[in-house]
Design a protein around this ligand. Structure first.
Ligand code: PGA
Length: 250
């Protein structure tokens, strides 16, 4: 794991956008795996700015999002479809047919999850996967205890996740209890993975991810086994790690 430590969340977003822009400029037909939540918003803003400045072109880029709440239609304001339109897609020149986000209202979820896997395969696999991390070290919505070999599936959300995502809903009771998430195995098949984290609330999860045992109770720890992972994290999120534990690029 390569770890880049930044002063704050702004610098984290900037570093991440530089990496994304470089990768997309190297391969204009890049397949991106994208994430939602508060963490990637700064990166998405930087990518929008870069697009407006003519520094990056998304016309041939394909995207696959990590997850979607089960039961939320695409136009629900708390859905990840809505989030991605608001925070990225409506501001850049991506073709709608190249955008893929799990369908939270499919009638046959099991079949749909298999189809999502097939779509990723048909696109040639994910070249660059963006991840955030939950306070419980989930990646996507792969909660602690999810099999490390899992493919895209319907997941029961952990209470901690429901509590922490309640901020995006009018009432806590409105937070769906389930979500469709790209599986850990699917994520691990990506050629390159970039994980972003900022703030002291993520420090324990980052510590467990980087120096802990690889186990399903810490889903992100599986990233230790991937050959090309870059963590871009701010000082607060890296606070529990010691330089001797890791190779840090300051
Ligand atoms: P956050 O969520 O970016 O809103 O902190 C990250 C996650 O739960 O994966």
């Amino acid at each position: 794991m390569k770890i880049i430590v930044t002063a704050d969340a702004n610098e984290m977003s900037k570093k991440a956008s530089e990496l994304f822009i470089e990768e997309i400029n190297r391969n204009s037909e890049m397949v991106l795996g994208l994430a939602t939540g508060s963490t990637p918003v700064g990166l998405y803003n930087q990518l929008i700015e870069a697009y407006r400045a003519g520094k990056v072109d998304f016309s041939k880029v394909k995207t696959f999002n990590l997850d979607e709440y089960y039961g939320l239609a695409t136009d629900h304001p708390a859905s990840y479809h809505f989030f991605m339109q608001q925070n990225l897609f409506s501001h850049i020149n991506i073709s709608p047919e190249n955008v893929h986000i799990p369908n939270g209202v499919s009638e046959d979820v099991e079949r749909y999850c298999k189809e999502y896997e097939e779509m990723i395969k048909e696109a040639g696999g994910i070249d660059l996967q963006l991840l955030g991390i939950g306070e419980n070290a989930h990646i996507g919505f792969n909660e602690p205890g999810t099999a490390l070999g899992a493919k895209t599936q319907l997941i029961q959300l952990a209470q901690k996740t429901i509590d922490s995502n309640a901020r995006f809903f009018l009432n806590k009771e409105d937070v769906p209890k389930k979500a469709i998430s790209m599986g850990i195995k699917t994520i691990m098949r990506s050629r390159k993975i970039v994980l972003l984290a900022s703030g002291e609330k993520k420090a324990q999860a980052i510590y467990n991810t980087v120096v802990g045992t690889v186990e399903s109770s810490v889903p992100a720890s599986v990233l230790q086994l991937h050959p090309d992972v870059v963590l871009i994290i701010d000082r607060e999120a890296v606070a529990l790690l010691e330089p001797k534990d890791i190779e840090i690029e300051a």
